[in-house]
Design a protein around this ligand. Structure first.
Ligand SMILES: *[C@@H]1O[C@H](CO)[C@@H](O)[C@H](O)[C@H]1NC(C)=O
Ligand SMILES: *[C@@H]1O[C@H](CO)[C@@H](O)[C@H](O)[C@H]1NC(C)=O
Ligand SMILES: *[C@@H]1O[C@H](CO)[C@@H](O)[C@H](O)[C@H]1NC(C)=O
Length: 184
């Protein structure tokens, strides 16, 4: 009987871990190595805005810096048809290294942000889970230190998106054109 109980407890634990491991976080995440400038290489989102507007996104640059309180300050510049849109945000650290939260004061949305996979020197794959009232959105961003990422890395992005249930029409690879990038 004891053995059966232990077995069941083990199964529950395995199931709980599986749910938690659904969206992985970079092992031994080092916040000091993620700082600096990144180019947006690819993105996926299930928001209606993204589905209809993604093709108009020409380039985006993001700079991460370590905030004096240990959080991640995010300065992003997106090139959109209406011009450059600059955003400053702070991603707050959580108990789990590589996982952050951000509440958008303008829209009242709450974001659960994870660095899924990075080697710090070339690429960073990030996952965003946004809750606003009763709506939820998922977003994936592939950043590169340069726009020239190995095809394997872009495949990694596509594969991760498929695993998370994104369809082809919700994914977008940005044009590989440095002159379309904005500098900050
Ligand atoms: C640092 O992070 C805090 C939140 O933890 C934020 O209120 C503050 O504005 C940030 N500092 C800078 C320089 O952005
Ligand atoms: C973002 O922060 C930088 C300096 O940290 C500042 O120069 C810039 O004006 C800010 N942009 C916005 C849109 O707040
Ligand atoms: C890159 O973008 C610039 C500015 O729109 C354009 O003039 C140039 O032809 C583009 N280059 C390529 C290789 O698409």
């Amino acid at each position: 009987v004891m053995k059966a109980v232990l077995f069941c407890a083990g199964m529950v634990l395995v199931c709980a871990l599986r749910v938690k491991a659904d969206v992985p976080v970079q092992k031994d995440f080092d916040i000091n190595k993620i700082v600096g400038k990144w180019r947006l290489v690819a993105a996926a989102s299930d928001s209606e805005w993204f589905k209809t507007k993604k093709e108009t996104l020409k380039g985006a640059t993001t700079v991460f810096t370590l905030n004096e309180s240990g959080n991640l300050d995010v300065r992003a510049n997106h090139q959109r048809p209406e011009g450059c849109v600059e955003m400053n945000r702070t991603y707050s650290t959580t108990e789990q290294p590589g996982r952050f939260t951000y509440t958008n004061p303008e829209y009242g949305s709450v974001n659960d942000i994870r660095v899924v996979d990075t080697n710090y020197d070339d690429y960073a794959l990030m996952y965003f889970y946004t809750t606003k009232d009763i709506e939820t959105f998922h977003k994936v961003k592939l950043y590169g230190r340069t726009l020239d990422l190995k095809p394997e890395i872009v495949d990694k992005f596509k594969q991760f998106c498929i695993t998370q249930g994104f369809t082809q029409d919700t994914m977008f690879i940005l044009p590989k054109n440095d002159s379309l990038m904005t500098n900050i």
